[in-house]
Design a protein around this ligand. Structure first.
Ligand code: DGI
Ligand code: FE
Ligand code: FE
Length: 191
């Protein structure tokens, strides 16, 4: 499917606000792809699609997950905010016939992150948190760091998310903890 068609799919499924966010993530992912020598087209596809099911209702998304053959961790099933990453992946595969595993994983792990992410997965995770519409205080710092060191930026963003999750007494997905441990170990061994 070509880019223009995917933007139409996004237009059909998303509110104006979230469409703008998705286009901005696509642009940010494209910039990072050029910087880090990743496939630009794949980054743009994953970027525009990453939140494609975000506005489906929770019950619809739960059914999409239960009907699929994917094993969903218990913490994810208990956290409706995480549904859209898994169902976005299911939608891209089933409705849009996207079969590229790297694109599908980039959508699936764009919220929680996970250990051993590919470059494309990291780019989408970071682009989602640093797109131009992100105005939280730390966004500019993460945006700058993303051009210096992709892994350090992942680590800083994951820590930031975990702190926010803990402050609000939320569950922390195992994938997020495993991602955190990967970067913590990597940094220790660099010292
Ligand atoms: O979909 P976006 O808003 O662009 O960003 P996102 O997919 O990173 O996060 C979706 C929302 O879920 C956002 O409000 C932050 C929150 N969130 C991120 N990770 C977790 C989470 N909420 C819970 N409960 N648990 C998480 O692990
Ligand atoms: Fe999202
Ligand atoms: Fe997003």
């Amino acid at each position: 499917m070509i880019k223009l068609e995917l933007e139409n799919v996004a237009k059909k499924n998303l509110s104006k606000y979230r469409l703008t966010h998705s286009i901005n993530v696509e642009k940010q992912a494209s910039i990072l792809a050029q910087k880090y020598d990743e496939d630009i087209q794949k980054c743009e596809i994953a970027g525009i699609l990453h939140d494609i099911t975000k506005e489906f209702d929770d019950e619809t998304q739960l059914q999409m997950m239960l009907k699929s053959d994917i094993i969903i961790p218990d913490i994810v099933l208990r956290t409706p905010k995480l549904y859209h990453s898994v169902t976005g992946m299911i939608y891209a595969k089933q409705e849009l016939n996207i079969q590229d595993e790297d694109i599908l994983n980039a959508i699936r792990y764009h919220t929680t992150a996970r250990a051993n992410m590919s470059k494309l997965e990291k780019i989408i995770y970071i682009a989602d948190g640093t797109s131009i519409d992100r105005t939280y205080e730390e966004a500019e710092h993460f945006r700058e760091l993303s051009f210096v060191d992709l892994d350090l930026c992942m680590f800083e963003m994951i820590k930031f998310t975990m702190q926010y999750l803990i402050k609000d007494n939320n569950l922390i997905p195992i994938d997020t903890i495993q991602a955190y441990n990967e970067y913590a170990l990597k940094l220790k061994s660099k010292k």
